[in-house]
Design a protein around this ligand. Sequence first.
Ligand SMILES: Nc1ncnc2c1ncn2[C@@H]1O[C@H](COP(=O)(O)OP(=O)(O)O)[C@@H](O)[C@H]1O
Ligand SMILES: [Mg+2]
Length: 312
Amino acid sequence: MTDPIIEVSHVSRRFGDVLALDDVSLRVPQGSVLGLLGHNGAGKTTLINVLSTLLPPTSGTARIAGYDVVRQSHEVCTRIGLTGQFAAVDEQLSGRDNLVLIARLLGASRREARQRADELLELFDLTEAARRPARSYSGGMRRRLDLSASLVGHPDVIFLDEPTTGLDPVSRLNLWRIVEELVADGTTVLLTTQYLDEADRLADSITVLSSGRVVAAGTADELKAQVGQRSVTATFADPADAARAVDPLRAAGFAPSHDDRRVTIPVTATRELAAVVRALDEAGVEVADLGIGEPTLDDVYLALAHHSPAAA
Ligand SMILES: Nc1ncnc2c1ncn2[C@@H]1O[C@H](COP(=O)(O)OP(=O)(O)O)[C@@H](O)[C@H]1O
Ligand SMILES: [Mg+2]
């Protein structure tokens, strides 16, 4: 890997008796999305607070673009965008005025500030609502305004802490599309989520936190592969054929389950697929449809939660 833009090395953070982060290490290459997946209380927000210089780690080090978040916090702050905290939106001001104000605070001229505001309003589909006070915005619009506020300064890295929690499905999809556009432009995103489909859709790699510890890391596919098992589902036009398929499959060493016109066969390796097809063929049954089920991230998450003692 070339130098990662986010590098976390053995970071722990204690709050009294609670070890919110326990020896967390991770690396995020520039222009990619890391999905930080975990239940409530797993330590996701604490990690974002450490990375955005709001909270010093109890031990360990973290760097953004090579700058230490404790000793070089100023350099770090000019490179990050943090939704809803540094860029606090004023409810009384219009969406456009909020963005212009932030741009001015960051040193833009009046003209540059207006230009940047209009660009972002356009990107976030807020042009029509641009002159209405932020307090009149719907949840989805407000989340988009927060996100645009964090982007005014062209950050290299943005932190999105549960960006779609509480949003309706259409607003979620809109936000996903925007995140994808940002990444296509080279922005690095660290996104926390409790939603597996969100991590699956957006993240290049996923780190699973449980009680402050990293319990798994990899691509969505790698995590799915850790679960190991996939299944083949054979569907038959004739239920009698489905019943006749069971014994030959057992004889071939599989553990099929049978339900009306459908037989499901767990497999652990791709080469077993051929053996399934052969057994069905030898049984002389007519298969209407043969499908392979991929494990979902839900399966991964459940499997991992089981193995981690603290996630009850
Ligand atoms: N400021 C704080 N003071 C005391 N405990 C905290 C504080 N912030 C977080 N915690 C605790 O640290 C743990 C991790 O919290 P958090 O990072 O907010 O998790 P998440 O964002 O994954 O829901 C929780 O047990 C939480 O109660
Ligand atoms: Mg949180």
